[in-house]
Design a protein around this ligand. Structure first.
Ligand SMILES: C[S@@+](CC[C@H](N)C(=O)[O-])C[C@H]1O[C@@H](n2cnc3c(N)ncnc32)[C@H](O)[C@@H]1O
Length: 169
């Protein structure tokens, strides 16, 4: 839930449904240098730091062959994010924007994704570059990144309403 005191003018929250529709397993944790949200990069390319993805032992066998990929898609759970915001006021935008038009961690299902470069695997640990989350953030899934099918070089996002500072995710 959003703390009312933290809500910015123009932001709108909803009452969330009473029950969940699905369950998830946290399959590990992400180890990063960042203990506070304000210290995290806004996206994984804004930092040179390497981070470690620690996969829990029951799931470690699923890492077999993962070294075959230079880059991975990592899905993780933004456990400190509000879940009830449908309109948000990004710091550098003129007006509020719909949650699904943003890469903000605040969303009904706070699933985050990053494409990371795999530097090496040490057993059940993956050392990667390209993450932006708090230390201890729960890990949901890992998939190989296929440039041939995942890359869309022609993709654009209209930034006409943004103030001077760029707002890449
Ligand atoms: C803009 S989001 C982008 C996340 C992901 N790369 C994506 O596009 O889905 C990254 C920001 O989320 C915030 N954040 C990081 N870890 C978090 C966590 N565990 N819970 C809530 N917010 C978090 C930090 O402020 C960080 O700069």
């Amino acid at each position: 839930m959003t703390n009312e005191a933290e809500r910015r003018p123009g932001e709108t929250s909803i009452t969330l449904p009473d029950a969940y529709d699905a369950g998830l397993y946290f399959i590990g944790r992400i180890r990063t240098p960042w203990a506070r949200r304000k210290d995290c990069p806004r996206n994984g390319l804004q930092s040179d730091e390497t981070c470690t993805i620690e996969v829990d032992p029951p799931f470690a066998a699923a890492l077999q062959n993962v070294e075959g990929a230079t880059h991975l898609i990592v899905l993780y759970w933004m456990d400190k994010a509000a879940r009830d915001l449908v309109l948000q006021q990004p710091r550098h935008a003129e007006g509020s924007r719909g949650t699904f038009s943003l890469r903000s961690p605040a969303r009904p299902n706070p699933v985050a994704l990053s494409v990371v470069e795999l530097r090496r695997r040490d057993g059940h640990r993956l050392v990667v570059h390209g993450l932006d989350c708090l230390d201890g953030t729960p890990l949901l899934d890992i998939k190989p990144y296929f440039a041939s099918t995942d890359s869309r070089p022609e993709a654009r996002v209209d930034r006409a309403d943004l103030k001077a500072e760029p707002q890449d995710p």
